[in-house]
Ligand binder design. Sequence first.
Ligand SMILES: NC(=O)c1ccc[n+]([C@@H]2O[C@H](COP(=O)([O-])OP(=O)(O)OC[C@H]3O[C@@H](n4cnc5c(N)ncnc54)[C@H](O)[C@@H]3O)[C@@H](O)[C@H]2O)c1
Length: 266
Amino acid sequence: MPDGSAGRFENKVALIAGGANAVEGRLMGFGGVCAWRILREGGRVVIGDIDDATGEEAVSQMQKAGFEAEYRHLDVTSESDWQEIVKLAVDSFGSLDVLINAAGTQDKESIEKTSVDDWTRTMDVTNRMMFLGTRAVAPEMRKAGGGSIVNISSMAALWSAMYASAYGASRAGMIHFTHTSAVQLGADNIRVNAVMPGWVRTPFTDHIWTDGALRESRDKRVPMGRWGTVEEIANGILFLASDEASYVSGTELLIDGATSAWLGPM
Ligand SMILES: NC(=O)c1ccc[n+]([C@@H]2O[C@H](COP(=O)([O-])OP(=O)(O)OC[C@H]3O[C@@H](n4cnc5c(N)ncnc54)[C@H](O)[C@@H]3O)[C@@H](O)[C@H]2O)c1
């Protein structure tokens, strides 16, 4: 292992869907930070995303640092892309133990102004991802004697923003699908859990962070008075992905600085 020593992911192979934002020196997303940490803790990683240029740059950095990592184009709404990336993981590294479903996109308009295409795209990225991804990895995890799937949902699964109706509905659906998958796959020692992050600065939310007024209004809405960090969310994702959570399945971990617990300033 070129770097790090904890070994929590020793001999594990992780597939990260939507993990392209992993370029060191730039703002990273949840999938990107998880990828580096899994590598540093002894694992091997396959990243899939539609942002091929960024994903390839990140994986090239990982390989140059001496880690075992691969990148493959993955549109999470495509069944054939899922089949190909799972095959790549198994052909390259021999098994598949962890899936982190981190892709996301968001509708931005009111219900009346949202186009059918925007609604469908937002629902598909979340819901087809969790369905096709789970279906694609389950046979390989079964062969490996078990595995862990972590679905990145959102605190938006619990309560509504003014807009983003498709995003909220799809994230709530993710929680139910997490439960159903955990029930169906439990006998195969495949654990399925969800993480519900609050506001965190990533490429997904940087436009809010960099708008001073918007960022401040959210700071005030969080009982802990600040946004979370990518590392704080990755801590939860990696706990669920690792054997430390060997009896944790069919549940969701809210990591939002108590935002959802508070009715908040009106
Ligand atoms: N940042 C936050 O505050 C926050 C809060 C709650 C939930 N989330 C969720 O966390 C997840 C990760 O987001 P992030 O904040 O780390 O930002 P991110 O931008 O790093 O991750 C989203 C990734 O999804 C990819 N993607 C979009 N459509 C895709 C598709 N069809 N196929 C494959 N990949 C696709 C993007 O290219 C991007 O790399 C998302 O699902 C997001 O909804 C984020």
